[in-house]
Design a protein around this ligand. Structure first.
Ligand SMILES: Cc1cc2nc3c(=O)[nH]c(=O)nc-3n(C[C@H](O)[C@H](O)[C@H](O)COP(=O)(O)O)c2cc1C
Length: 180
C-alpha cells in the first residue's frame, strides 16, 4: 500500500510533521506492514498566492500539478493539519486552492486519515470539525480522525513518541481502517 504522508504546515519545526511521522511508524509496525510512504514537505511546493488573474495570465503552477499527481498516485493519504486561527495554514490553503483549479475533487476519492497536533488544549477541534465536513466535498474519503492537544506534555521529544497509552490507543483507532 502506497501512502502519501505530509504535515499541512510550512514550519521547519512542525509538530504536525512529528505526529505524521510517528503515525506512519505505528501504521507500519501495527497495522499495514507492507505500507510504503512518500513524504512531502509543503516548502517544496511554494507557489504565488492564488488569484484568478494570475491563473489567467500564467496558468496553474507546475508544483500544483505535481502535488495533485502525488495524491493521484497514492492508495491513501495520511495528513496532519496545523491549526491556524481555527482553520488550515495559509501555506496549505494556497496549495489546495491551486489544486482545486485542476479538479475540485482534490483528494481524488482517496481514503484519508486526518490528524492534528496543537500546543493548546482543544486538539484542533476547530479545524478538524471543519475538515470533517469539507473533505468529502473535495473528494476525500475520511476514514479516521485524531487530534491531540497540549503537545509539549503529550509528546516525548527524546523518544519521538506519544507519552500516554490512551493517546496512542486513540491514534491506533484512527489508523485502523487503513488495514481493512
Ligand atoms: C497564525 C497562527 C495562528 C494559530 N492559531 C491557532 C489555533 O487556532 N488553534 C491552536 O490550537 N493553535 C493555533 N496556533 C498555534 C499552532 O497550533 C502552533 O504554532 C503549532 O505548532 C502549529 O503546528 P506546526 O508546528 O505543525 O506548524 C496558531 C499559530 C499561529 C502562528
Amino acid at each position: 500500500m502506497n501512502i502519501l504522508a505530509f504535515s499541512a504546515s510550512s514550519s521547519r519545526h512542525s509538530i504536525n510533521r512529528d505526529l505524521v511521522h510517528y503515525a506512519a511508524r505505528v501504521l507500519k509496525s501495527d497495522i499495514v506492514p507492507d505500507a510504503k510512504f512518500s513524504y512531502l514537505d509543503l516548502n517544496d511546493f511554494e507557489m504565488p498566492i492564488y488569484s484568478i488573474d494570475r491563473e489567467r495570465e500564467q496558468g496553474i503552477p507546475t508544483a500544483a500539478h505535481e502535488f495533485y499527481s502525488f495524491i493521484g498516485a497514492a492508495d491513501a493519504v495520511l495528513v496532519s493539519f496545523a491549526e491556524h486561527n481555527g482553520y488550515v495554514t495559509s501555506a496549505w490553503k494556497n496549495i489546495h486552492d491551486w489544486m482545486s483549479r485542476i479538479n475540485s475533487k482534490v483528494w481524488q476519492g482517496k481514503p484519508m486519515v486526518v490528524l492534528c497536533a496543537t500546543p493548546g488544549k482543544r486538539a484542533g477541534a476547530g479545524v478538524l470539525g471543519i475538515l470533517e465536513s469539507q473533505l468529502p466535498f473535495f473528494g476525500g474519503k475520511v476514514i479516521g480522525i485524531f487530534g491531540i492537544g497540549s503537545w509539549d506534555s503529550a509528546w516525548n521529544q527524546v523518544d519521538q513518541k506519544l507519552v500516554q497509552e490512551n493517546d496512542e490507543a486513540n491514534l491506533l483507532a484512527a489508523l485502523r481502517q487503513l488495514g481493512r
